[in-house]
Design a protein around this ligand. Structure first.
Ligand SMILES: [Fe+2]
Ligand SMILES: [Fe+2]
Length: 351
């Protein structure tokens, strides 16, 4: 038999009664309403969705409905949109950024291989000599290819126990190398070791020290154009490493970068701690790119020894002389592994 003439008020009364006691039986005994009377009206209240009506009888605090503990979603989307626009603009301005050379004379760019300045095996006698040459040779600039320090992190943090240089001293060495060595940096890359140790923000802060941004610092890769006053341009793609490996060709990645890149003059990388240089005329592109891997300064490498690698003695950095006045395509760029000879050539060319 259908429940006759149950009013909303009765149903709400039954729910309130039921809520006051642990069981329907207790509520029935206390109120004298009867178990079935309460039970039916509670169910009917559910069916008629009277809870909302009941709530109107009290005033709830605003946080119940407004969720004031969280950032409004619209504001999150606004903020993310602004951040995206800022990051995209920053990325776009770093795509093939220009570096204007102020005189028409040839210049040299020393592509400095992985320094690992705090490593016990860092060839400091060679690095120091190269730094001196870069500092004292007119018309010479430098690009840091990344892995400036070991910056151990993750499970390799235990490797600090194997080196004599503390984190503090390592940071001092990096700061000297960046700001005080006199090396005329024009580009500075972060390598995988900076990723490992999370040291990129620290190095970027060092770069801003004394109130000026000293050198464009980029994560892993830079594409930039050396622009001379008469309009001559050299397009340089420098990366800590390029994708692609071959057991037969140590610069396979750089070859790929030159072949598939945007009219590249120099594709240069480091990271693998061996050196090689190639150059040939890409008739289909109408250029003769230099493809380079720099060895870096880490010697006495026990890891390399264990995986059966022989250590190269030279090619820690490679010096490229750019001659904007060259009459031939191949004469525009000349690479030197012997940095002193290259510096002498540059000085002679600029006489
Ligand atoms: Fe590396
Ligand atoms: Fe390295």
């Amino acid at each position: 038999m259908p429940t006759p003439l149950m009013t909303d008020e009765e149903c709400i009364e039954a729910v309130k009664l039921r809520n006051q006691y642990a069981t329907t039986k207790e509520a029935a005994e206390a109120s004298g309403k009867g178990w079935h009377w309460i039970q039916r009206r509670v169910k009917e209240a559910e069916r008629r969705q009277l809870q909302a009506k009941m709530q109107k009888s009290v005033e709830m605090p605003t946080f119940i409905t407004e969720g004031d503990e969280e950032e409004p979603i619209e504001e999150i989307i606004d903020r993310m949109s602004k951040n995206f626009e800022r990051a995209k603009k920053a990325q776009d301005s770093r795509k093939w950024f220009p570096i204007a050379v102020k005189e028409q004379k040839p210049i040299g760019v020393l592509f400095v291989g992985d320094p690992h300045v705090d490593d016990n095996g860092c060839a400091w006698p060679i690095l120091r000599r190269h730094a001196e040459i870069a500092k004292n040779t007119e018309g010479m600039f430098a690009v840091n290819i990344g892995d400036v320090a070991n910056d151990w992190g993750g499970r390799l943090i235990k490797k600090y126990a194997d080196q004599d240089t503390s984190v503090h001293t390592a940071r001092r060495l990096v700061e000297w190398f960046l700001l005080k060595s006199g090396i005329p940096w024009i580009v500075w890359l972060h390598g995988n070791h900076q990723h490992m140790g999370g040291s990129m923000p620290l190095h970027e802060e060092m770069n801003k020290r004394y109130g000026t941004q000293h050198v464009p610092m980029l994560d892993w890769e830079a594409r930039f154009i050396l622009q001379f006053p008469d309009g001559a341009e050299f397009r340089i793609n420098a990366a800590h490493d390029f994708a692609g490996n071959s057991m037969w060709n140590p610069i396979h990645g750089a070859v790929k970068a030159a072949k598939f890149g945007d009219n590249i003059d120099v594709a240069v990388c480091g990271h693998k701690h061996n050196w090689a240089i190639s150059q040939w005329e890409q008739a289909e592109q109408g250029n003769s790119p230099l493809m380079i891997r720099v060895r870096g300064y880490k010697h006495l490498d026990d890891y390399a020894r264990r995986i059966g690698k022989y250590e190269q003695e030279e090619g820690q950095s490679v010096l490229v002389i750019f001659d904007p006045n060259s009459k031939t395509s191949t004469g525009r760029m000349t690479a030197f592994v012997d940095i002193e000879k290259g510096a002498d050539y540059l000085t002679w060319l600029r006489r």
